[in-house]
Design a protein around this ligand. Sequence first.
Ligand code: AMP
Length: 631
Amino acid sequence: MPTLPSLNLLGDTAPAPVLGIDLGTTNSLVAVWEGNAPRVLSNEHGIAILPSVVSWTEDDSVVVGGAALARSKIAPDKTIHSAKRLIGRGAEDIQKAHLQLPYQVEDAKDRPMAMVRMGNRLISPIEVSAHVLSAARAQASQALERPVSDLNTAVITVPAYFDDAQRHATREAAKLAGLEVLRMVNEPTAAALAYGLQRGESSRILVYDLGGGTFDASVLQLEDGVFRVLATAGDTALGGDDIDSALVAHAAQGIQKKCGLNPLEDSSACSALRLAAERCKKNLSESTTAELSFHDPEAGIAWRETIQRKDFEALISPMVERSLKYCKHVLQDAGLQIEDLDELVLVGGSTRIPFVRQSVESYVGKEAQAGLNPDEIVALGAAVQGGVLAGANVNALLLDVTPLSLGIETVGGTVSKLVHRNSPIPCRATEGFTTFVDGQSAVKFHVVQGERELVADCRSLGEFILKGVPPMPAGLPKIGVEFTLDADGILRVKAKEERSGAAASIEIKPKHGLTDEEVESMLKCAWENAESDMQARRVSDLKTELETVLRSVRKNISLAERELSSNHWTRLREAIEDADDAADGDSPNTLQAVLGELEESAYPLAELLMNNLARETVTDRKVEEIIGGES
Ligand code: AMP
């Protein structure tokens, strides 16, 4: 094994505590590395869990956590939860995801960024998350008895499927809360990090993380204290919130039937019903029956039902099935069979549901690891990473992977992939490109993300233009493109023309994130269309090649007519006509045939050009002048 780097970002000074923050959809937690182990930090009441809820009071002051959660019943229109589901996304994404949110979401005035409407104000999810992070920082300050100003660095965890926009937005939220993010770690990776420290032998681990709002499945390899994420998959709209929603919908139906009123039409009733549903769900984790009740004397509603655990299990079974499908994909991606797994780690509050635990255990054929609190494990892992970054002697190095391939659009609308899906990050990839048109002084680079072969089927991440390329014949400029994907999964792309040194770069900050449907369907489409994509790519490549040969033949057409033998000239002319006819078609065989004939019939012309060039060189002109003169 390679020797492990010892990171000490802080030089010789005593390590400042780096906060490890699990910024969850429903709840957040903060932990630190202390001595030789991570520790979760509680508030003054001994409670570690900080609900990711923010509420605005009448006098416009902000309440966060448990107090805000309590206000969600009395002031639902002034209370925001699940902001993580909105962060880094556009209102359209939220609409498409069909999330049941008790507040109105619309785009910011000037860009497609989802905001929460609160009276005549729009509140950004970044601001909401910043309040949660500030509260976590304050909780840590109190627990550690250190001033808040001491605690200004953090490791924050994000779902493995968060894209660039969502990671950027999370980073912005941290900045607003006065925290510099030293590293963003994928949640399942953090869980394995906390777990791995306890063990130490080599193993392959499936991390199944079902939290409040998101689901992630990851396969990790642990060897000599080194973690490598082999593959990840997930769904940003699958979690305990959805289980609550299913119970809420069930209750609403019952209430409507009994009382003739739909509680979902009233936001305050809706919030109260959600709390009742969550309580019932949690009780069902402990006993085989639980009461789901809802009372609203003002509206004249009094309703209750005893829910059987087996009925609850039937209700949530499709969601559990969905999560197991992701596990199957993630194993496929990692190139493993179920039998290859050594360990199963369950993370997230929703894995306390016995049915969830049993279903995953029976799928994997192994008992899940016990011992760590599923609510705390991610924060503990973040604190471990914080410990590593602060210079603690932790024998662990963390490798993450990128969930989707990244590439550049090339001629003909095809994608040249520089970084492949599931490549370990941080990483760097370079590739050489050139121009397609003579005298081109500016080159546009289009950066895309996805698994398909054609740009049209991938997601556009951004574009930039490299200017100042000295005019040269097509194909001569050497443009080096470099992709740098940092440890947080944020992409920087640089292009440099070697002769002139002209350079341009871009940091990818897409306008808004991918919806879960988009991520899912991008992967699904790639699997389903692999064959037709390859065919489309072949057609596109052949067309590009045909166009290039045609262009260079046409450039010298008068020379050909003048100096080729009549046989050669007739064959070439016919080949050009056939190529023109075939150029619009989509048959790879025809394209291949006309291209072959064109290349062969243009051979005498190429010979002629070579001879002319040799003659001119002999007359003492530099090759560059000749090439330059022809462009
Ligand atoms: P997390 O995001 O990991 O904090 O998970 C929060 C989710 O776990 C919420 O949807 C909670 O309702 C759910 N949860 C917490 N405890 C339990 C429990 N005992 N039984 C069922 N779900 C739970």
